[in-house]
Design a protein around this ligand. Structure first.
Ligand SMILES: CC(C)(COP(=O)([O-])OP(=O)([O-])OC[C@H]1O[C@@H](n2cnc3c(N)ncnc32)[C@H](O)[C@@H]1OP(=O)([O-])[O-])[C@@H](O)C(=O)NCCC(=O)NCCSC(=O)C[C@@](C)(O)CC(=O)[O-]
Ligand SMILES: NC(=O)C1=CN([C@@H]2O[C@H](COP(=O)(O)OP(=O)(O)OC[C@H]3O[C@@H](n4cnc5c(N)ncnc54)[C@H](OP(=O)(O)O)[C@@H]3O)[C@@H](O)[C@H]2O)C=CC1
Length: 417
């Protein structure tokens, strides 16, 4: 099975959904058991991951259907606590399929390591550092066998001056191709390794030696066309463009608009063990790159009146390193995606962000967000009102009929059942 457009996947039982994944992604019996388990890690594993561990928290793992990215079909695992996100991603991906799905590309995986040098005459030492670039790069690369063997690793040394209240400072930046890793640890190791050499060359003092999470050398970008009829007609397309203009020109709206994008980005990042803080921090800095905070996506009409969406943002992700090779569920999610490189994973995450943005804007620009979102959130409302699982469907049906989805009403309906 290779087609991710599985109609009514959400109406299948859990076992049927897992069977579909098993066949789509060629999962082993062990991987199927991991999915059926309760979140995947033991307390002992948790205790090696963080300090002072006392327990484990679980989150739902769901599957977004319909994704076609660069001609390949994907079932996309998403870990998120918020209802309607996975449905929304699946819906947008379904609409995108009519015009070929998502066309995405990711830059090579270059991280930026920064070494802060103080107590120097910046102008005169810059030349000296650049003249010694090859030595700095060779020393940095001695810290990763794998990257060196792959022909990756540190590639370029750059210098910049910054003015501060404590005086001018030199920032030496090392561009490192970190291959299929997110690369924070390897970048930090390389920065610390070369700092004494840079001190010797400059006669200055190295203070910070650390990666920059502003991953501007590692962007993902892409686009998709959404059919006007499937969106609900030209009116809806026009309203979505007005909604985009609102986000593009008002930071109060742009933050919410980008939150919708991050619903997709972070859910896929969570399922595959990424450093979501790094992704978030870079995304919002990038949204402000022109001096004001704005949308991470752009929307326009094509000649036929269909809606065209574009996304561009930093995406620092890996398929090795961190906890990716330790957490059994996350390893299984990567298997479900079948990704072969960090760049392929970037493309999927970027597409999930664009899809999420489309669905939120389509809902906002037509029937409003509460209709679809609250219908799916009703289960949480009923559960928090104390409705037992076997009565949840009945309570939701009644609340939906009345158009009153609230904890108080759920309690009243339960009492009367
Ligand atoms: C929720 C939907 C998708 C319903 O939408 P609908 O119109 O009922 O869906 P449909 O019947 O047209 O179904 C189309 C496809 O959607 C998927 N789908 C449809 N229903 C389900 C379901 N239950 N479970 C799983 N998948 C579902 C499924 O793939 C389905 O295809 P099919 O299987 O029928 O061939 C729609 O109302 C929607 O997209 N709403 C937007 C939801 C959203 O954006 N949620 C995010 C939370 S709100 C927020 O945090 C961000 C925000 C909104 O503030 C950002 C912003 O302001 O920009
Ligand atoms: N500011 C930040 O964002 C920071 C984040 N972190 C954390 O760092 C972690 C990510 O660091 P990262 O360096 O990716 O993780 P790791 O150090 O765990 O893994 C990267 C290493 O994996 C090895 N490797 C094996 N195969 C490959 C391959 N195909 N491509 C690339 N490397 C390969 C290389 O080591 P070798 O050459 O030795 O084989 C490489 O250095 C995350 O958990 C993050 O949360 C940590 C500090 C700061």
């Amino acid at each position: 099975m290779t087609d991710s457009s599985i109609s009514k996947f959400h109406e299948k039982t859990r076992d049927e959904k897992i069977k579909t994944l098993e066949s789509f992604s060629n999962l082993s019996k062990e991987e199927v058991e991991i999915l059926k388990g309760n979140g995947g890690i033991t307390f002992d594993q948790a205790n090696t991951m963080v300090e002072n561990a006392v327990g484990i928290v679980s989150f739902p793992l769901g599957i977004a259907t319909n994704f076609k990215i660069n001609g390949n079909d994907y079932l996309v695992p998403m870990v998120i606590e918020e209802p309607s996100v996975i449905a929304a991603a699946s819906k947008a991906a379904k609409i995108a399929r009519k015009h070929g799905g998502f066309t995405m590309e990711a830059d090579e995986s270059y991280s930026i390591g920064q070494i802060q040098i103080v107590d120097v005459d910046v102008k005169s030492v810059t030349r000296k550092i650049l003249a010694k670039s090859d030595d700095i790069i060779t020393l940095a690369n001695s810290k990763s066998n794998t990257l060196s063997k792959m022909g990756k690793g540190a590639k370029q040394v750059l210098c910049k001056e910054i003015s501060t209240r404590s005086g001018p400072m030199l920032v030496v930046e090392i561009l490192i191709d970190v291959g299929d890793a997110m690369g924070a640890n390897v970048t930090n190791t390389m920065c610390e390794a070369v700092a004494p050499m840079i001190e010797e060359i400059t006669g200055g003092r190295a203070v910070l030696k650390i990666l920059s999470n502003y991953s501007t050398r590692r962007l993902v970008r892409g686009r998709a066309t959404f059919d006007k009829e499937e969106l609900g007609g030209s009116n809806v397309v026009d309203n979505i463009i007005l909604a985009y203009e609102f986000a593009a020109n008002d930071p109060y709206r742009a933050v919410t608009h980008n939150k919708g994008i991050m619903n997709g980005i972070i859910a896929v990042a969570n399922s595959t063990g990424q450093d979501t803080r790094a992704i978030e921090a870079a995304a919002h800095a990038y949204a402000s790159k022109d001096g004001h905070y704005t949308s991470l996506t752009k929307w326009k009409k094509d000649r036929d009146g269909n809606l065209v969406g574009e996304i561009e943002m930093p995406m620092s992700v890996g398929i090795v390193g961190g906890i990716i090779n330790i957490h059994p569920v996350m390893k299984t999610c990567l298997k479900i995606l079948g990704v072969k490189s960090a760049r392929e994973l970037s493309c999927i995450i970027g597409a999930a962000g664009l899809a999420q943005n489309l669905s939120a804007m389509r809902a906002l620009a037509s029937e409003g967000i509460q209709k679809g979102h609250m219908k799916l959130h009703a289960k949480n409302i009923a559960a928090s009102a104390g409705v037992p699982p076997e009565k949840i469907a009945q309570v939701i049906a009644q609340m939906t009929k009345e158009g009153n989805i609230s904890v108080t009403r759920a309690r009243e309906i339960l009492e009367n059942l």
